[in-house]
Design a protein around this ligand. Structure first.
Ligand SMILES: Nc1nc2c(ncn2[C@@H]2O[C@H](COP(=O)(O)OP(=O)(O)OP(=O)(O)O)[C@@H](O)[C@H]2O)c(=O)[nH]1
Length: 305
């Protein structure tokens, strides 16, 4: 007769990163797996130096989802530093997920990413994720799975899912857990991210500002939160942020016609910051030109890179 404890599977934990071309659904997938609660803690455990996007807490496991920018040709100091971070991340995580959307043919960009991952981290376990399956029919999903499996090799698992509809997210989570080793939760339950508040606020603003113009301003935008002040005698928090671009033309793109785009960026980011802080927020955005900030170590330090 077995005792209950011998039937209980061991708790597993591990670090997972999502890689893939821009727009393949990595951020949406991360958010969908984590759910929409965001809790903040200022403790940064020694287990990782990487930006944590979110934590999936399950009764049987904890998955820590890591943010990683893609590798690219390092033309600037920022590019070199980002590449170093990516290399470290690939070899230190437990599982790397390569994301490919169901509705786009696999192309040279995808193949390059898979090659890089295999070269830099040959031993790290890999999962091929076919994202956005709500956009296509079952035949297309099946053929994309086969193509991705062929690309990634026999050792990689492949999973189709949709962050939008939620289909197969539990399966993906199960597969990720099965690939993690037995181990304790690294973070107490309830802590979903360890990004300091201001880093998250800057991220929200940056994301909103890049929406739709990512191709024009790939790495040319940095956001710095200047001040966060609770307003006297009210529930409102005033948040002052600077958006740094490299050229006047980029400033125009961010601001838009008669300020229309910047206003929209402010509305989107404000909503997310209000959710994060749990209070009403007044958001003040200023767009500034910092010439060649990507090449200047002093400016890079100031902008948090
Ligand atoms: N229909 C559908 N759309 C999705 C799904 N996941 C993401 N999208 C959309 O695809 C676009 C890109 O998604 P993101 O999550 O920003 O992609 P990303 O890979 O993080 O992009 P980068 O930050 O540029 O690398 C967004 O417009 C999403 O709304 C999905 O499961 N179904």
């Amino acid at each position: 007769m077995s005792t209950p404890s011998s039937q209980t599977p061991e708790f597993r934990s591990g670090f997972v990163c999502f890689v893939g071309r821009p727009n393949t659904g990595k951020s949406t997938l991360t958010n969908a797996l984590v759910g929409d609660k965001i809790a903040i803690t200022s403790n940064r455990p020694q287990t990782t130096r990487h930006a944590i996007r979110g934590i999936v807490n399950r009764p049987d496991a904890q998955l820590i989802l890591i943010d990683t920018p893609g590798l690219h040709r390092p033309r600037t100091l920022l590019g070199q530093r980002l590449n170093d971070v990516v290399r470290d991340t690939y070899s230190e995580v437990d599982v790397i997920c390569v994301c490919i959307p169901a509705d786009e043919a696999i192309g040279p960009g995808d193949r390059r990413i898979v090659e890089q991952v295999q070269t830099i981290a040959p031993k790290t376990r890999k999962v091929g994720v076919v994202t956005k399956i709500d956009r296509v029919g079952p035949e297309k999903v099946a053929s994309q799975l086969m193509a991705l499996s062929a690309l990634m090799g026999p050792d990689a698992e492949v999973v189709p899912c949709s962050a939008k509809s939620g289909r197969q997210l539990d399966t993906l989570s199960d597969v990720l857990v099965s690939l993690c080793d037995e181990g304790p939760a690294f973070y107490p339950d309830g802590e979903l991210t360890d990004e300091p508040e201001q880093v998250l606020m800057a991220e929200f603003i940056r994301e909103a500002a890049l929406e739709g113009v990512r191709d024009e301003l790939p790495h040319s935008l940095a956001v710095v939160i200047e001040e966060v002040v609770p307003r006297d005698g009210s529930e409102i928090v005033d948040v002052y942020a600077h958006l740094f671009v490299e050229r006047d033309s980029q400033k125009g793109i961010i601001i838009g016609r008669k300020g229309a785009r910047l206003k929209e960026v402010g509305t989107v980011a404000r909503g997310q910051i209000e959710r994060l802080l749990g209070t009403k927020v007044y958001l003040d955005l200023h767009v500034k030109v910092a010439k060649d900030w990507q090449r200047d170590p002093k400016q890079l330090g100031r902008l948090g890179f």
